[in-house]
Ligand binder design. Structure first.
Ligand SMILES: Nc1ncnc2c1ncn2[C@@H]1O[C@H](COP(=O)(O)OP(=O)(O)OP(=O)(O)O)[C@@H](O)[C@H]1O
Length: 447
């Protein structure tokens, strides 16, 4: 026996020596992958939660009304009559295979005919309690199926634990930014080419500016023109001035910049596309393609609310129309819009509701009232409205992010003003000159 063992060991060692050219270069990558895995969760937490799920699924579905009763085959019951058939048995929706994620697991559930995802969503809290996990989120990737995203512990509690660009195993695309971490542990990616326009809402001190700072920090190294509109005198976006192609710090300046964008820059881009026979700038040859422009507005209300003067009303109306046109025309012409504000209700003016409908990406931080959460999420993800309202004072940077069809809780990367400023200075030399927006000197540069 000992002889067989030592021979086997010798063979394994010999193979390892012969094949070292193959495994040695891969060793560090394997080590890095293994080191990044949440082993305690995978080895202990995950099997325990899966057992609890399997064990309790039928009972849970019965008590919460998700199980349907399979009707038995029966005969008439009389005084001396036998009853044939199976006993009445609750049949729960089909629970699929639970796949582990970094912070929990995902599992698909096949609904019974006649059931809708809202029924599962209504009992998500009961599931979370029964499985002793932080949260169960419900989405519906296709008809008849719901996806349960289970998070074991709240990964968003560690304030400041998220770094800009963290989890950047994600392959970076132009115009995409990792701005924090989602509740399921995945990086929070804002990809402007997929969802071109975003609305960022939150009460004061909820984390809007920090979110904008992490977005700018991520976009700064990219060949992208950034246009800042900050009518609070440039207090927030002024930090990135070195990396901004244009910064408007009052409403009069903002109206002028937006006018130049929609009346000069966008029509010029249309002409370029038309003469090249293409439908958007992304089909132009790379060296002829104009820079994509990301317009960032901090505090939307400052653009919309007027002081009652004729001049003020005219500026507000101009800004409203220009933002709407920008949102409508922008995607094909490489202009993207990120708008932040405390409220986005119709009290700001008639144009704001139309603008909101164009902003397909939503980020909702802590809000002061239900109406604001409803305004920001109700049209896209009604199920997320209640969750946005649970974000507390002690959770700055925590938000609900939603695009059509999906939503999640998330926490933004904590980017200090100094870090953001440093990034803007470091990449300041990459700031494109937009000649039509900032007339004094400079020519339109190609990326
Ligand atoms: N992801 C985060 N993690 C931890 N702390 C955060 C996070 N985001 C923001 N904060 C903290 O919350 C506070 C408020 O952030 P921020 O200034 O971004 O809020 P705001 O919504 O822009 O406020 P205001 O509307 O008053 O400008 C700051 O002290 C900031 O450090």
């Amino acid at each position: 026996m000992a002889e067989v063992l030592s021979w086997s060991l010798a063979v394994v060692l010999a193979v390892a020596v012969v094949a070292r050219g193959w495994w040695q270069p891969r060793l560090s990558a394997w080590w890095a992958v293994a080191g990044g895995r949440p082993w305690p969760w995978l080895l202990l937490g995950y099997p325990a939660v899966v057992l609890r799920m399997r064990w309790s699924w039928r009972r849970l579905c019965t008590t919460t009304g998700l199980a349907v009763m399979k009707s038995p085959r029966w005969l008439m019951v009389g005084r001396d009559t036998w009853v044939a058939g199976r006993s009445l048995r609750p049949s729960p929706p089909g629970l699929g295979v639970a796949r582990p994620t970094r912070a929990g697991l995902r599992v698909r559930v096949r609904l019974h005919p006649g059931q809708v995802p809202e029924q599962v969503e209504a009992v998500a809290d009961a599931l979370a309690h029964a499985w002793r996990v932080h949260a169960v989120r419900v989405s519906s990737p296709r008809r008849g199926v719901v996806l349960l995203v289970v998070t074991a512990r709240d990964p968003l509690t560690a304030a400041g634990g998220v770094r800009p660009g963290e989890g950047s195993g994600v392959a970076r695309r132009l115009l995409s930014a990792v701005v924090g971490r989602l509740e399921d542990g995945a990086p929070w990616v804002v990809d402007l080419r997929r969802v071109p326009h975003w609305l960022v809402v939150g009460a004061t001190q909820s984390g809007k500016s920090t979110w904008l700072a992490s977005l700018v920090t991520e976009l700064a190294p990219q060949p992208v023109a950034l246009v800042g509109i900050d009518c609070k005198g440039g207090l927030e976006l002024g930090l990135f001035e070195r990396r901004l192609s244009v910064l408007a710090t009052s409403r009069a300046e903002a109206a002028e910049v937006l006018r130049a964008l929609v009346e000069e820059e966008l029509p010029w881009r249309m002409t370029v596309c038309r003469s090249a026979g293409v439908r958007d700038i992304w089909h132009l040859p790379k060296d002829e393609r104009p820079f994509p422009i990301v317009v960032i507005v901090d505090e939307l209300a400052e653009l919309y609310l007027s002081d009652g003067s004729r001049e003020g009303r005219r500026e507000a109306a101009d800004c409203s129309v220009a933002l709407l046109r920008l949102a409508q025309l922008g995607r094909a012409l490489g202009a993207y819009l990120v708008v932040a504000g405390q409220r986005v209700g119709s009290e700001l003016g008639p144009g704001v509701t139309a603008l909101r409908a164009q902003l397909g990406g939503r980020v909702v931080h802590r809000v002061n009232d239900e109406a604001t959460a409803e305004m920001a999420l109700g049209d896209l993800q009604p199920g997320a409205v209640a969750v946005a309202q649970t974000i507390g004072e002690d959770e700055p940077g925590v938000a609900v992010t939603a695009v059509s069809g999906r939503w999640s809780r998330a926490r933004s990367a904590l980017v200090s003003p100094e870090e953001a400023e440093r990034a803007a200075v470091r990449y300041g030399h990459r700031t494109p000159v937009l000649a039509r927006l900032a007339p004094p000197g400079g020519e339109e540069a190609a990326p």
